[in-house]
Design a protein around this ligand. Sequence first.
Ligand code: HAM
Length: 416
Amino acid sequence: MAHQKIQAPKGVSEYFPDRSNLFEHVRDSLIAPAKKSGYQLIELPVFEDTDLFRRGVGESTDVVSKEMYTFEDRGGRSITLRPEGTAGVMRAVIEHGLDRGQLPVKLWYSGQFFRAERPQAGRYRQFYQVGIEAIGLDDPAIDAEVIAIADAGFKSLGLSKYRLEMTSLGDAASRAAHRIELLKFISGLDLDEATAKRAKINPLRLFDDKREEMKSNMAKAPLLMDYLNAESSEHFNKVLGYLDRMNVSYVLNPRMVRGLDYYTGTTFEFVHDLLGAQSGIGGGGRYDGLMQELGGQALSGIGFGLGVDRVLLAAEAEGVINQDAFVSDLFIIPLGEEAKKMALAIAHDLRAQGKVVEIAFGDRGLKGSMKAADKTGATYSIVLGESELNTSTVELKHMKSGKSSSVKIDSLHQHL
Ligand code: HAM
């Protein structure tokens, strides 16, 4: 009797050959600029105490109120699969005292995140982010560097059809001044119960309401950018000035609302033009109260998370990424037992010199092995038979053009 096949859970993103090559390339390219800037790896659990996200990310957010994968573990503790990375990083920094040394603490991470959203193109229930966090100083130059690091990752992939949107949520005093006016404005609106409840926890959320009537309601609402005090404006203007100096272009979007509640001051999003509804390829900002909220000292921080799945879709949509870069340099076809030994030795040496080399296994004969060589897309192939072993010379065949030349086995490396 045939057993029923099991499928992956709904809405997860998976990568397998050949597309996994592209995924790996995108992920590594996005984080490379952070490594060049002195950020160091932090590896954290994918599940945490549920309270971490309730307190860290905020009860008014969709992420916490509707999208968390929360379950009771065998010891009766409430556990949640991480919906984002910043809260976990802060938990670890506090728990392990990483903030007691040199500041800022500069960390990068990469991995799976989980949100029970309605799956669609570019929106998954398990997705991938790379991110960085710089904790401990509120120098506006750090804000600019963090943003430039994200931008450099996108640029290194060849992306150009995206924009950086920027705003400032100001300091606590600016937000308090704005909140009074915003609440006054909102009290004049006729809100349903759920919306009123959200507005009570975080009135800024109403700027994020996608319903047409709410959009027109909020068109005249007071904007936080207009309530920034002198200190907050100065910080933000410095950030913009530094970005100008690095030729990182941006547009201001005073209506931006991030999906997480911890943001303060400089806040930003990268939006791609070719991705339709799920156009956010990355975002981040300052979170100056988060550490204290989680029981740590009152240190500021700033960081970003970039959506690797969406950046891959963006790179494909722009046509700036393809498989050709991920093929082997050489495919070796051994004919017979002696040739097989030689093939293993040659491949071993060439790999030590940095070449990507594959061998035709399984004694499939010349025809079958040639087919295999074609399939891998390798740049060159050689056949090792008795005469090749006797003369220590092979025909190095360039697979695309079909041209070949006689090459001494010892000097293969120079010809690849
Ligand atoms: P976020 O904007 O919620 O920020 O997520 C960052 C990026 O993750 C998004 O721009 C998007 O590309 C990707 N992303 C989010 N949800 C999904 C999904 N369901 N499917 C596919 N991709 C998704 C954060 O998570 C913050 N922790 C970033 C941060 C770090 N802020 C400060 N430090």
